[in-house]
Design a protein around this ligand. Structure first.
Ligand code: GLC
Length: 431
């Protein structure tokens, strides 16, 4: 009897010791995340929450460039070298198809239990050949930000068409300048030659009935009158309602101008909402958001954006990294990011959460904009989406800067896309 007791006690002791030894194994993980707006500080905050609960894990947050193309360039340097330096990558919604080979399958690490909580379309977007290569983290859709105080002062409505936006922007810009604000502009957006311009231009084109550049059934549809017409129209904004410098602007440049009180309208993603509302800024209490204007199609279009978390196949701790990613993409962190940073959750139930709706009311009122956002042709053209987008934004940019007109730029673009993808041309599908 006594002998048995000794045996049991010894076993308990050995197991406890084993537990202590295991718990002490120090693991260091690196997350490569965005630093746009409050992204970095909120990722650090979530990493701290994780470390508190997992004292043997140290999480480092690596700063990455703001512009999506620059970030992709950095990621490719690590991934192509099969570097274990980064464990978890924050990846754009357009990248799963291009980058799938570098990431683990979350279904090997227990993701079947959580996949159903997220928007189905994003899970599908992130599933490549049956492998869930990234967990949805936050979703995005283009919105129109407008100054409520100025629309009221000049008795104008929120524009519902691009023509109305031009008209109101021109009028209020002239009035404000005459009243002494020389730096005031009507409309700021993303016109630099990068992925952000692809997003903005897809919104113009789709809202005008000009399709999605390449259709989901792999037809090149960009060379059509509706697309040509609206790109020329947008080129007309440069140097009139928008500054000449808009052709060098990304999200953060547009936000800076809007927040300084120097723009009536801004196209941006939801993250700018929490920031523009911060106390002390000229925009605080003086702005709101609405769907972007419509073109000839009669409907407005918002490009689908968003970011996901993938675990590198070259990580030395894939299991720990997957656990961390699942925590970051889980409900608690998504809620914190929604309330503090107006980052759209990908977990559907959070759109009914009272705290979330109180902090960001438009998550409720503009819910349809988020679920109906138009996708870039990243699935249809994978693994060549990045090149497709680059050809598209370069062509569009050449029209914005006046080097070319839309008809000729788009004719060349169509040929380049045919060369690159070997797809046929086709008619754009109407929204
Ligand atoms: C936002 C979107 C992302 C898009 C990028 C373009 O970060 O979430 O999907 O590619 O903007 O600038």
């Amino acid at each position: 009897m006594r002998k048995n007791l000794y045996l049991v006690l010894t076993l308990v002791f050995v197991l406890a010791l084993g537990g202590v030894v295991m718990a002490q194994e120090e693991i260091s993980l690196t997350v490569a995340g965005g630093a746009v707006g409050q992204e970095k500080e909120l990722t650090i905050k979530a990493a701290e929450m994780y470390m508190e609960r997992n004292p043997n894990v140290t999480v480092e947050v690596l700063d990455t460039p703001d512009l999506a193309n620059d970030r992709l360039g950095l990621y490719l340097q690590f991934l192509e070298a099969e570097s274990p330096k980064v464990d978890v990558y924050q990846i754009d919604v357009i990248w799963p198809g291009d980058l799938a080979e570098h990431f683990i399958d979350f279904y090997d690490y227990g993701a079947e239990d959580i996949a159903d909580d997220h928007f189905k379309a994003i899970i599908e977007n992130n599933t490549v050949d049956g492998r869930l290569v990234a967990l949805p983290w936050f979703t995005d859709a283009g919105l129109l930000y407008y100054r409520t105080d100025l629309l009221e002062k000049y008795d104008r409505d929120v524009p519902e068409t691009w023509d109305e936006l031009e008209d109101t922007a021109q009028y209020i810009m002239e009035e404000e300048r005459a009243a002494g604000n020389e730096d005031f502009y009507g409309y700021v957006w993303q016109g630099d030659a990068y992925e952000g311009l692809t997003c903005d231009a897809l919104e113009w084109i789709y809202s005008n009935g000009g399709g999605q550049i390449v259709s989901p059934d792999q037809k090149i549809t960009i060379n059509n009158e509706k697309a040509i017409e609206i790109i020329d129209q947008a080129a007309g904004w440069v140097g009139t309602i928008s500054p000449n410098g808009v052709t060098g602007m990304g999200e953060e440049d547009a936000r800076a101008m809007f927040e300084a009180g120097n723009a009536l309208f801004m196209r941006n993603w939801p993250y700018a909402y929490a920031l523009a509302g911060q106390e002390g800024k000229p925009t605080a209490g003086n702005f709101d958001v609405s769907p972007l204007p419509a073109g000839d199609s009669g409907s407005s279009a918002a490009t689908l954006g968003g970011w996901n978390l993938g675990v590198s196949k070259y990580s030395e701790h894939p299991e720990e990294a997957a656990k961390l990613a699942m925590f970051l993409a889980g409900e608690e962190v998504q809620k914190m990011r929604a309330v503090e940073g107006s980052f759209n959750p990908t977990i559907e139930s959070l759109y009914e959460d009272e705290d979330v709706l109180e902090a960001v009311p438009f998550f409720g009122s503009l819910y349809d904009v988020f679920v109906n956002a138009v996708a870039r042709p990243s699935t249809a053209t994978a693994p060549q989406y990045n090149q497709v987008s680059e050809l598209f934004f370069q062509a569009t940019h050449s029209v914005l800067t006046g080097e070319d007109n839309a008809r000729s730029a788009i004719e060349y673009l169509e040929l380049d896309l045919m060369d690159l993808t070997d797809f046929e041309t086709g008619e754009p599908m109407q929204p």
